[in-house]
Design a protein around this ligand. Structure first.
Ligand code: 4AD
Ligand code: MG
Length: 459
């Protein structure tokens, strides 16, 4: 008999007949002559009800089935006379694959996110996290589909890198040296290390993506990124996924157009492909979710310069913890004010003072600002950070000299500006922050399967 997943049982093409399902028992109760079980197989939010009659050979064992147990049920799929479900299965056989002890931690009540984080190996069995991680998977597929449709090439950029690419964040060192031996020697000799030089986990695939954009045209990287920042906030993790498109022959305004198109495409895809799971979040996690997703999908994103934004913040007369003044980086309280209270929708901020931005961003004609862009989103803050890149070799070299950066490790990057350099742009979208936005989940630890944060690397 063919095994069937529960998410296939809700479609119009479902017809009565013999089926086999395999899954985990959510609840079981006894009635006269019957045992009723709710089974979930992870394929969707819905359970299927199984009716096991006392004529079954292992009925006594069935009556001992506990919450969390794994079973295989074969039987007739029939229209359910009960309320709240379309189909049920009248079991011919119930095979107990494994019986969960009474200590199974997920009982029929709501558990706190904090508690579920301590059993991250079991939390995907809950409705909320099952839904979150199905949406996560669906969004990954949508990213690749979007770029495939647009003719972008997927680049897998290296996870281990030899240069502090761009100073985007604190880095994790990669080494194969024995720490005890290093201690005995009194110092680290990188020439003895695996790669013969310092190496780290990547903080961004951008510089690799630039090299390929200048050959293949439009590319994107999408993979794990690492930052050793010691910030214990609800929006930072040490390992996260970043989506980084890089486009040749594209300026800053084209970069913003692309970011807006991407976000809208992904949100619209979630709205059509993940309806049941999203309804759950609207009901139990964030009452305003549906409205916020509609805004994201329908409203044109705002665009304003950093200078304009500073003016607005100064005139707002709001009490901020950190003062605002031209030339300082915006704090998240400022970003949230602009997106949540001022424009009340996503807003691109562009043209930041060059002093607070990395060397590779293109110097504007005013010689004061660079063609940087951040996308700020209500409830999330910074979702996207990017720029038009400095494509002029002489300008890039003098900027690096001003910033006292050594040229030697970047010889290959500079070479790309020597041979057929063109204007190009790109950005990084924090995939977990995007998932927070789509689900309304307020802590980044709860949209990543196994979160890594300062002092915590369980599982
Ligand atoms: O703004 P960031 O640092 O940009 C870059 O790394 C550029 N090199 C990207 C590029 O132009 N190709 O990071 C991009 C995004 C942020 O806007 C944020 O959404 C996310 O990555 N991000 C984090 N997400 C979770 N935890 C952290 N510690 C994050 N740091 C950045
Ligand atoms: Mg940033």
């Amino acid at each position: 008999m063919k095994r069937i997943k529960i998410n296939r049982l809700t479609g119009y093409d479902t017809s009565p007949g013999k089926v086999l399902i395999k899954g985990w028992v959510r609840t079981r109760r006894d009635a006269k002559g019957f045992s009723f079980m709710e089974i979930n197989d992870g394929s969707c939010l819905n359970n299927i009800q199984v009716v096991a009659g006392s004529e079954l050979a292992n009925y006594t064992d069935i009556q001992g089935i506990t919450t969390g147990s794994a079973v295989a049920v074969a039987g007739d799929l029939v229209a359910s006379p009960g309320k709240g479900q379309k189909w049920e299965i009248q079991a011919d056989t119930v095979e107990i694959i494994s019986l969960a002890p009474e200590t199974y931690p997920l009982q029929k009540k709501r558990h706190s996110d904090e508690f579920l984080r301590t059993i991250a190996h079991l939390r995907p069995r809950t409705n909320k996290y099952g839904a979150a991680f199905r949406i996560r998977s669906e969004m990954v597929h949508a990213v690749h589909r979007f770029y495939r449709e647009k003719g972008f090439f997927y680049l897998t950029s290296p996870v281990i890198t030899g240069s502090d690419c761009e100073g985007a964040g604190e880095m994790f060192r990669v080494t194969s040296l024995d720490p005890d031996a290093v201690l005995k020697q009194g110092k680290m000799d990188f020439s003895q290390d695996f790669f013969g030089q310092e190496s780290n986990l990547t903080v961004s695939g951008q510089l690799s993506a630039e090299m390929f954009a200048l050959a293949l045209g439009d590319v994107y990287t999408f993979g794990p990124t690492f930052r050793a920042e010691n910030s214990n906030t609800s929006r930072h993790v040490a390992e996260f996924w970043m989506l980084e498109p890089e486009m040749a022959f594209c300026d800053l305004s084209g970069n913003m157009d692309h970011g807006e198109e991407l976000v809208k495409y992904l949100v619209n895809h979630a709205l059509t492909a993940c309806t049941d799971d999203l309804d759950l979040f609207t009901k139990f996690v964030d009452k305003n979710l549906a409205g916020r997703l509609k805004t994201l999908s329908e409203k044109t994103f705002e665009r304003m310069s950093y200078t304009e934004a500073i003016g607005i913040l100064e005139k707002s007369h709001k009490k901020f913890t950190y003062e605002v003044s031209y030339g300082t980086d915006l704090q998240s309280e400022h970003e949230r004010f602009l997106a949540e209270e001022y424009v009340k929708k996503p807003v691109f901020l562009f043209d930041y003072p060059k002093e607070i931005k990395p060397f590779y961003m293109r110097i504007n004609d005013d010689d004061k600002t660079v063609a940087a862009v951040d996308l700020l989103v209500p409830g999330i803050g910074e979702l996207i950070g990017g720029s038009q890149r400095e494509e002029r070799l002489d300008v890039l070299e003098s900027r690096m000299a001003q910033m006292k950066m050594p040229k030697e490790p970047y010889w290959w990057y500079l070479d790309s500006r020597r041979y057929g350099s063109v204007p190009h742009s790109g950005f990084g979208l924090g995939f977990e922050r995007f998932l927070m936005m789509v689900t309304g989940i307020s802590n980044i630890r709860d949209v990543i399967p196994f979160p890594r944060t300062p002092g915590s690397i369980d599982f």
